[in-house]
Design a protein around this ligand. Structure first.
Ligand SMILES: [Zn+2]
Length: 279
């Protein structure tokens, strides 16, 4: 099932955003991974452990946007805004499993378990109360004993620790310090939430670019998305310069030259119609 993580084209980013906008965050993560792993079924992705899912999201984020990122948080003590740099490679490798155990001993009873997946988390979230959600998770992830009632609280405690040892990327904690009041706190970093917001911002930027370039040059969405990102930026910068220029002739000419494959037929039609009017 493991394949190299491929990046997402501009077209794919828009597809993923369109598909994921109305989805729950658990489904959005699978939508993102489905786009990056086309040979892997959604069911298989739903059966990845949460840590493995998040490791893949970190790798995908690196492939799409690079390893460097900027995070923003709010100091829980003074409310000040705290900006901090992130490196997704460091986050991915900081949480290597320290245990592969699938058995723990709780009050003399051997408890066999498996690690929670997205499918399990969906069950937890569907529960009307948190306590019932935890019970469902325990019942799904504990393989033996079949009845856990007598040891329920002890199993919850021991299993939480065992899961984090075996699947540490399921919970990425970042230690932050506030430059205003000097206090420190632990931030639970959710790559699924963080990366989705970045994808949404990218998609919205692409929609704006398509709108501006289509209006200016008459290109189709497909033509615009097939341009390299740098070329799109250059065209947009040129249009912006054209809009603010007080003596725009030379810039207008340059902009038209760039779009010559479209501009020339239009110019010829315009020229022919002018001549027709002169007669
Ligand atoms: Zn503070």
């Amino acid at each position: 099932m493991e394949q190299p993580t491929r990046s997402l084209s501009s077209e794919k980013i828009l597809d993923v955003w369109e598909a994921g906008r109305q989805q729950h965050e658990l489904d959005r993560s699978l939508t993102l991974l489905s786009a990056a792993y086309p040979g892997v079924s959604r069911d298989e992705l739903a059966d990845l452990t949460i840590g493995e899912r998040d490791a893949r999201l970190l790798r995908l984020r690196e492939a799409v946007l690079g390893a460097g990122a900027a995070g923003i948080s709010e100091c829980p003590h003074c409310g000040g805004r705290v900006e901090f740099p992130l490196d997704t490679r460091t986050l991915e490798h900081a949480g290597e499993p320290s245990s592969t155990a699938s058995e723990i001993e709780v009050n003399g009873t051997c408890v066999r378990f498996r690690l929670p997946t997205s499918r399990d988390m969906a069950e937890v979230l569907a529960a009307p109360e948190q306590s019932r959600g935890i019970r469902r998770l325990i019942e799904r992830c504990v393989i033996e004993p079949h009845v856990v009632d007598k040891l329920f609280d002890e199993i919850v405690e021991a299993l939480s620790q065992a899961i984090l040892k075996a699947d540490p990327r399921a919970e990425i904690i970042i230690l932050l310090g506030c430059p205003n009041c000097g206090r420190h706190w632990e931030l639970l970093f959710d790559i699924a939430h963080f990366f989705w917001n970045e994808i949404a911002a990218q998609a919205q930027r692409l929609v704006c670019e398509i709108d501006v370039l289509a209006r200016a040059y008459g290109w189709t969405e497909r033509e615009i998305l097939s341009l390299p990102a740098q070329r799109r930026r250059t065209d947009l910068e040129m249009l912006a310069a054209l809009a603010i220029s007080s003596q725009g002739w030379s810039i207008a000419l340059a902009a038209r030259c760039r779009a010559s494959n479209r501009w020339l037929p239009r110019a010829l039609r315009q020229h022919r119609s002018s001549r027709a009017r002169l007669k």
